[in-house]
Design a protein around this ligand. Sequence first.
Ligand code: SF4
Length: 345
Amino acid sequence: MTADVTLDVEGVADPSRTGPALEVTDLQVEFRTRAGLAHAVNGVTFHVDAGETLAILGESGCGKSVTAQAVMGILDSPPGFVTGGQIRYRGKDLLKMSEQQRRAVRANQIAMIFQDALSALNPVFTVGFQLAELFRKHRGMSRAEGRKRAVELLDLVRIPAARQRVRDFPHQFSGGMRQRVMIAMALALDPEVLIADEPTTALDVTVQAQIMSLLAELQRERQMGLILITHDMGVVADVADRISVMYAGRMVEQAPVHEVYARPSHPYTKALLESVPRLDQKGRQLSVIQGLPPTLTAIPPGCAFNPRCRYAREECRQPPVPPLYEVADRHASACHFWQEVRQDD
Ligand code: SF4
């Protein structure tokens, strides 16, 4: 494929760092499996501005991670295929780029951190070597310069005794410290967009809080666009600017974070909020969302949430899929009965 763009392969991000950094429009991803066609992402649209945190929220299997993999160009293909839509970084469509150009963007401008740092890091090299290699490969630095930068980065992510720890292998770090190393790797080339896919799920609650505040601080300092992918509504309240809620491969609610907490306008979001443990409701039984998300090879017609929805009526079970209705300023909900949901406390 011929690409129509010239990339900054040196990875120097736009110095202004304002406005939309990443725009995803009508993204479609399917998996061609023996069990049939799985519609993993069905027309997802979102954007993240420089210096902003967007949380993409939903249960496992709702399409969040597949969306992130499609943006990064790391979908397992086959069986996964991007079948439509646009993924624009600073206005340039990544889906129209050659693999080489895409790799350059991935290395320099859009980085990702994964849930499981141990499998994302190379177990046979020290973390110092792995960090130094990034600088050597992408910035043309010498080994010694790269190593110096590696120590600075481990310092930046608050790993104590960084000078000594660069000589350690990934398995010699605790889970929380390993996740810090992963963040250091992702930040090494100063990306403009960082995608964090469930970055704290495997960690205990105290370490989760430390990692989230570190990420938030680095994001502010560097004016990065942060896309935080999580199933945990409790994690996003303090760090996100906006929330997009996903269900069965679609965005079902999008709004600034305070709006979502104050006036959730989709029954699924409401159910997610009700399932977060709260200190002021000690002793009360925790609410759970009944049923399971649909199998992506057999998404129910109409609104995909209808089998689990306490507001569902006959028209919810028939096509078309509810569109995203504008329910307030910058707030949209894909529910036919959003007025009722907003009024119902
Ligand atoms: Fe529930 Fe119907 Fe709204 Fe879907 S459209 S969330 S089934 S009320």
